[in-house]
Ligand binder design. Structure first.
Ligand code: NI
Length: 390
């Protein structure tokens, strides 16, 4: 059995150098041109086959010496529109753009994993695919890779997110729902406008909208089991133009989040029924636009067990962390719909430089933990393909 802990140590300096280089050159979602070029360049040096999709998705394909299953390892590559406030030698050189979520660390550690896996290619059964994914922050990249057919031959998928709420080196690979689904909707309310002094001649879109907002609150309180978690939020209301005019039209915008795929399937029907019923009570009409942005990120119980055993073997019981499921969402979920997967959280927090939350202008990672990311990616692939994992 190959243990990747020491191999990961050997590439650690290079991984940190890649991470710093990427950090200096952040690129926003779906425009990761330079990043994709650099990834391709490094993968070629390792003798790894490349396929490209869209403008910036890079798929590396490492075929082992023997036939076998296929495993996919994923790193997202995009940065955020944010001005960095860290005073470090590797700070962003692009005004208004910053790697404030740690995706630079994901790319660097997956490159490290590609390197160490390519060193044991002769002993490797099956195929490892490296997904260097664009556009996670806009939930477009994973979809693009799935639609290109890259998941069709994949038997298991593994992803990592570096995590600011966990001390450096701690790892969570727990089973079940790990990140929420995320939907977005717009409700267009149509009434009949008129003079504020003559309401009887109108159908007031303000009143119909207000009643709709209030009635939507009953979904969580009265319709969903108290044991399930669901969020229904109206974040934007656009209705009316002036104090003495009754509005004829309004638009409500909101989001639904939760951890239960059945609830995600039911949510559009419930929201539309309440919106239409409420509007009808006030003689108004409703049309709804509804978009499912990401499914639930769901860790497969068996693979999660394999990953737990892997963490124990690599770094001991004390490296295993337990964190609650997260109400943020991840487009990694699209891969989990195609094959069983595990999404791991790797702690990168410390009290010196890495003590700010994700998406903060002072976000940074404890680079001392990055070799663990390399080992996790590589060992997961090895354990799954060789069947040597638990
Ligand atoms: Ni992120």
């Amino acid at each position: 059995m190959v243990c990747f802990r020491d191999l990961a140590q050997e590439v650690k300096e290079e991984v940190i150098a890649w991470r710093r280089e990427l950090h200096r050159h952040p690129e926003v979602s779906m425009q990761e041109f330079r990043t994709a070029e650099r990834v391709e360049e490094e993968l070629r040096k390792m003798g790894i086959e490349i396929r490209r999709h869209g403008d910036t998705a890079v798929i590396g394909i490492l075929k082992g010496a023997k036939p076998g299953k296929t495993v996919a390892l994923r790193a997202d590559m995009d940065a955020l529109s944010l001005t960095e406030e860290n005073d470090v030698p590797y700070a962003s050189e692009v005004e208004g753009v910053m790697h404030a979520c740690g995706h630079d660390a994901h790319v660097a550690t997956l490159l490290g994993a590609a390197k160490v896996l390519s060193q044991v290619r002769d002993q490797l059964p099956g195929t490892v695919k490296f997904f260097f994914q664009p556009g996670e922050e806009v939930a477009q990249g994973a979809k693009l890779i799935v639609e290109a057919g890259e998941m069709d031959d994949v038997d298991a998928v593994f992803g990592i997110h570096v995590w600011a709420d966990l001390p450096a080196g701690q790892i969570s690979v727990e089973p079940g729902p790990r990140m929420a689904f995320c939907d977005m909707f717009k409700i267009h309310v149509t009434g009949k406008g008129g003079h504020a002094a003559q309401p009887h001649q109108t159908i007031d879109a303000v009143v119909a909208s207000a009643a709709t907002i209030m009635n939507l609150q009953s979904i969580v309180s009265r319709e969903v089991s108290p044991l399930d978690n669901l969020v229904v939020t109206i974040g934007k209301v656009d209705v009316g133009t002036r104090w003495n005019i009754i509005a004829g039209k309004g638009t409500l915008e909101g989001t639904v989040r939760g951890f239960c795929p059945e609830l995600q399937a039911q949510a559009p029907g419930i929201i539309e029924r309440i919106a239409k019923g409420t509007a009808a009570a006030y003689r108004a009409e409703v049309e709804m636009e509804y978009a499912k942005l990401t499914p639930v990120t769901m860790n497969d119980p068996k693979l999660s067990e394999m990953a737990t055993d892997m963490v124990r073997r690599l770094y001991g019981e004390e490296a295993l962390a337990s964190i609650p499921k997260q109400t943020g969402s991840e487009d990694f979920a699209y891969y989990c719909e195609k094959a069983p997967g595990v999404f791991a959280f790797l702690g990168v927090a410390n009290e010196e430089n890495a003590c700010y939350p994700h998406h903060h202008p002072k976000f940074d990672v404890d680079e001392g933990a990055l070799d663990r990311g390399v080992a996790l990616y590589a060992q997961f692939a090895w354990d799954f393909l060789t069947g040597e994992g638990k």
